[in-house]
Design a protein around this ligand. Structure first.
Ligand code: ARG
Length: 307
């Protein structure tokens, strides 16, 4: 038997199944670019906050139309980057860990997300055994750098989240008990400073990534773990086409990342284009606006039904 015959064909006709997700988002009510903490943020380019709000509302409606549940955290004046809710922490098996930001400009967001998780745990949003475990001790920018792919937690480092945070995660989220292994991936290109700008999880064993964004060693790791991955090119990444959310079938991403749309279609996914250029001015796209809540058990009890 030849090698080709033993490799399963994964193409446009591969059946893809959507799973309903529960997300946390934060409206860009106070969104602006008033400091520069990544190469995308240009103080000379004006931001139209009302337009950002419209684009965000459209993203939220798109999720809901596709059967996903969206929870919202109240935006805070003086925290213009709160719209990037993916950085608000990570929830695995109903255990929620709030972030500790690298840059002073975002540090006050940590306690805001931590309080939201406390309330969510009390309200049953994280599932019957859901628990908020507080803020990380180490530098940890939540799902910006931490992406769950099946039983692997892909953990970025190099610009924001520290290696020490990767070790802390195992302990605080009890990942060992949940059968989850942390895989450290080192980012090397300042434009792709968070893992979610350089890599997308499309399905448990399938990712898309920009090879140039990773150190040599991490690239070897990715090749070993995901031999079937979609390899993005620099244009895909520059349109933040890797900053995407997948429900297993639909992939929500920047409408302008057309090259990435084509690659996704080739593998049987349905790209859902989102107009997001206003929010892009802060250096983040669809995934940055979206934190996945993984409750202990479905269906989630809605807070309204508890009162
Ligand atoms: N301006 C924000 C920062 O530099 C953008 C964060 C984007 N978020 C993300 N998950 N990649 O922190």
């Amino acid at each position: 038997m030849t090698l080709e015959l033993s490799v399963p064909r994964v193409g446009a006709d591969t059946p893809r199944t959507a799973t309903p997700c529960t997300f946390l988002m934060c409206p860009p009510t106070y969104f602006d670019v008033v400091y520069t903490i990544n190469p995308w943020m240009d103080l000379t380019v004006p931001v139209d906050t009302a337009r950002a709000v419209e684009q965000w509302e459209a993203l939220r409606r798109t999720y809901e139309r596709h059967g996903h549940t969206v929870h919202v955290v109240d935006p805070q004046p003086g925290l213009p980057d709160m719209v990037y809710a993916a950085n608000g922490g990570i929830v695995v098996g109903g255990r929620a860990l709030a972030p500790r930001f690298t840059h002073a400009e975002r540090q006050a967001e940590g306690p805001v997300f931590s309080r939201w998780f406390d309330d969510a745990a009390r309200a049953g949003v994280l599932g019957p055994d859901g628990v908020s475990v507080g803020q990380a001790d180490e530098l940890n920018e939540g799902e910006g750098d931490l992406l769950l792919a099946g039983d692997l937690l892909l953990a970025g480092t190099g610009f924001r989240t520290s290696r020490a945070a990767h070790a802390e995660l195992g302990r605080r989220l009890r990942l060992g008990e949940q059968g989850i292994t942390v895989v450290t991936l080192e980012l090397v290109d300042p434009r792709y400073y968070h893992l979610d700008t350089a890599l997308t999880v499309l399905a448990p064993g399938l990712v898309a990534y920009l090879p140039e964004a990773f150190s040599r060693e991490s690239l070897d790791t990715l090749r070993d773990l995901f031999p079937d991955a979609i390899l993005a090119d620099p244009d895909d990444a520059a349109a933040l086409g890797l900053n995407a959310v997948s429900d297993g079938r639909h992939v929500y991403l920047n409408a302008a990342a057309t090259g990435m749309h084509a690659r996704l279609r080739e593998r049987g996914f349905e790209p859902v284009g989102i107009e997001i250029d206003e929010i892009l001015k802060g250096g983040g796209s669809v995934k940055c606006c979206t934190l996945t809540l993984r409750p202990t058990q479905h269906p989630v009890v809605e807070p309204t039904s508890l009162v």
